[in-house]
Design a protein around this ligand. Structure first.
Ligand SMILES: Cc1cc2nc3c(=O)[nH]c(=O)nc-3n(C[C@H](O)[C@H](O)[C@H](O)COP(=O)(O)OP(=O)(O)OC[C@H]3O[C@@H](n4cnc5c(N)ncnc54)[C@H](O)[C@@H]3O)c2cc1C
Length: 401
C-alpha cells in the first residue's frame, strides 16, 4: 500500500478538520441521549459507517478516509461515536453472513444508534476457550428457546439487541454445534445485571437468559455455522480503529510532556531529569511502532474485505503498549495522575457517570485491553498458528528429541 496521502485524501482531511472545528461537541456530551445526538450529527455528516455499503446506510468510503476521520477526531479530542460494537464488528458480520431481510431490518438503525448492540459470546467457563460455551438455543421451528448465562457483556445495560453464540447441537464436536443468532435484549426472558469495574463504572454486565426467544429469521448463516461466523466478528474486533487509538496516545503524549515541564521535583522541572527524558523518548519510539502496526491493518483493509488473522498482531502490540504507556505516565505524574484528567476518550463510553477519566482511570482501563477480544496469550497462539503457520501442538516426545 502506498502510505502517501493522495491529493484527494489531503482535501478530504481539510474538509473533515473544518467540519469538526465548527461542529465538534465539547463538554456537554455526557448522558446517553446527548451522546446519541452527537452520534447522529456525525452520522449525517458521513463520518459514521464510512466503509459500509451505501445500500445499508453507509457511505462507501475508503479505509484511508475512515482513518483520516478517526485521526482528526482524536486530534481535536472530539467525543467518539457510540454503538462501537455494533458498527465496528456486529454490523460487518451481518453484512458478510446475514440475509437481505436482516440487513434491511438491522443495519441502518445500528448506524444511527437508534438501536444499541452488544456481543453475547463469553460465559463464566468459556472465555479463551469460547467453543466450550454452554448456553443452549433449542430449535422450536419458527424460533429458538434460549437458556444460559453470558458474562462481561459490554454495553449490556444499554443494549437493545445482542449477537448471541449458543449451542444448537449438543452431540456434535464442540466447534461444530454452535449457532449465531440475534437476540432482542428487551424481553422478559433476558435479565441484565451490571458489573461494577475497578474504574468504578459499570460498562459491562452479566446476562441471564431464561426461556428467552430468538426468532428463526434472526439466525445468522446456517444452523451450526456459528463458529465460522464468530471468526468474522473477532477479526474485525481486533483490528478496528487502531490508527485513531494511536493518535489518541500521541495527543496524550504531548499532554504528558507538557506536564513534565510544569511539575517540579527537587526544585527542577521533571523534564530536566535525564531518566524521565530517556523513558519518554523510549515511549515515543514505541508510539511510532504502533503507528506502523496500525497502518499494516489499514493496508490489509484496503486490499481485502476483512482484517483477518493479522489483526491479532496489532491487537497484541497496542494493548501491551497501552499498559506500559499508562504505567509510565503514572510513574511520572505520581499522585497528580489521580487528579488530572487524561482525555475523555481513554475511558470507554461510561453512560453511568459521563465523567472524563483521569490518568489513573486510563491506567486501570489499560489492564482490560490485554484480556478483551482474546487475551495476549491467545493472540500469540493465533499468530503462531494462523499467521506463521506453526504446528498447533508440539508433541512432548518431539520436544525431547
Ligand atoms: C473490558 C472487557 C470487556 C469485554 N466485553 C465482552 C463482550 O462485550 N462480550 C463478550 O462476549 N465478552 C467480553 N469480554 C470477555 C473477554 O472476551 C474474555 O474475558 C476473554 O476472552 C478471556 O476469557 P476469560 O476472562 O474467561 O479468561 P480465561 O479464558 O479463563 O483465561 C485466564 C488466563 O489463562 C490464559 N489462557 C487461557 N487459555 C490459554 C491458552 N490456550 N494458552 C495460553 N494461555 C491461555 C489467558 O490468557 C488468561 O491469562 C470482555 C472482557 C473485558 C475485560
Amino acid at each position: 500500500m502506498d502510505l502517501n496521502p493522495t491529493a484527494e485524501d489531503r482535501a478530504f482531511r481539510t474538509e473533515v478538520r473544518r467540519w469538526l472545528e465548527t461542529n465538534a461537541a465539547t463538554g456537554d456530551v455526557k448522558t446517553l441521549d446527548e451522546r446519541k445526538a452527537w452520534h447522529r450529527k456525525l452520522y449525517e455528516a458521513g463520518y459514521v459507517g464510512m466503509l459500509w455499503p451505501k445500500e445499508y446506510g453507509g457511505w462507501g468510503r475508503t479505509p484511508m478516509q475512515q482513518a483520516i476521520v478517526q485521526d482528526e477526531m482524536a486530534r481535536l479530542g472530539a467525543p467518539p461515536p457510540i454503538n462501537g460494537l455494533g458498527i465496528g464488528f456486529i454490523g460487518p458480520t451481518i453484512i458478510v453472513h446475514g440475509t437481505d431481510w436482516q440487513k434491511q431490518r438491522y443495519l441502518k438503525k445500528m448506524l444511527t444508534a437508534e438501536e444499541i448492540w452488544c456481543q453475547l459470546y463469553s460465559e463464566p467457563n468459556a472465555g479463551s476457550d469460547l467453543a466450550s460455551l454452554k448456553t443452549r438455543a433449542e430449535d422450536q421451528g419458527d424460533h429458538f428457546l434460549v437458556n444460559g448465562q453470558k458474562i462481561w457483556t459490554s454495553s449490556g445495560p444499554i443494549a437493545d439487541w445482542g449477537i448471541l453464540l449458543a449451542r444448537t447441537d449438543g452431540k456434535a464436536a464442540k466447534h461444530k454445534g454452535i449457532s449465531c443468532v440475534l437476540l432482542h435484549m428487551r424481553q422478559p426472558g433476558v435479565e441484565v445485571r451490571p458489573l461494577r469495574q475497578i474504574t468504578g463504572s459499570s460498562l459491562f454486565s452479566e446476562v441471564f437468559m431464561t426461556n428467552a426467544r430468538a426468532e428463526r429469521r434472526d439466525l445468522i448463516g446456517n444452523l451450526n455455522q456459528g463458529w465460522e461466523i464468530a471468526q468474522t466478528t473477532l477479526g474485525w474486533e481486533r483490528g478496528a480503529n487502531s490508527l485513531g487509538r494511536v493518535t489518541r496516545y500521541a495527543v496524550a503524549f504531548n499532554q504528558l510532556v507538557r506536564a513534565t515541564k510544569e511539575l517540579r521535583r527537587g526544585g527542577k522541572p521533571l523534564l530536566e531529569d535525564a531518566a524521565v527524558r530517556a523513558r519518554l523518548g523510549k515511549a515515543y519510539a514505541e508510539l511510532e511502532v504502533q503507528r506502523y502496526a496500525a497502518l499494516r491493518v489499514l493496508s490489509a483493509l484496503q486490499n481485502s474485505d476483512s482484517p483477518g488473522a493479522a489483526s491479532s498482531i496489532t491487537k497484541l502490540s497496542y494493548t501491551e503498549f497501552e499498559k506500559r504507556y499508562f504505567e509510565l505516565a503514572l510513574e511520572i505524574l505520581g499522585p497528580y495522575g489521580q487528579l488530572v484528567s487524561a482525555r475523555e476518550e481513554f475511558e470507554d463510553i461510561d453512560t453511568s457517570s459521563g465523567e472524563p477519566g483521569t490518568w489513573a482511570t486510563a491506567f486501570l482501563w489499560s489492564r482490560a485491553g490485554t484480556i478483551y477480544s482474546g487475551s495476549s496469550e491467545i493472540q500469540k497462539n493465533i499468530i503462531g498458528e494462523r499467521v506463521l503457520g506453526l504446528p498447533k501442538e508440539v508433541r512432548a516426545d518431539r520436544l525431547k528429541a
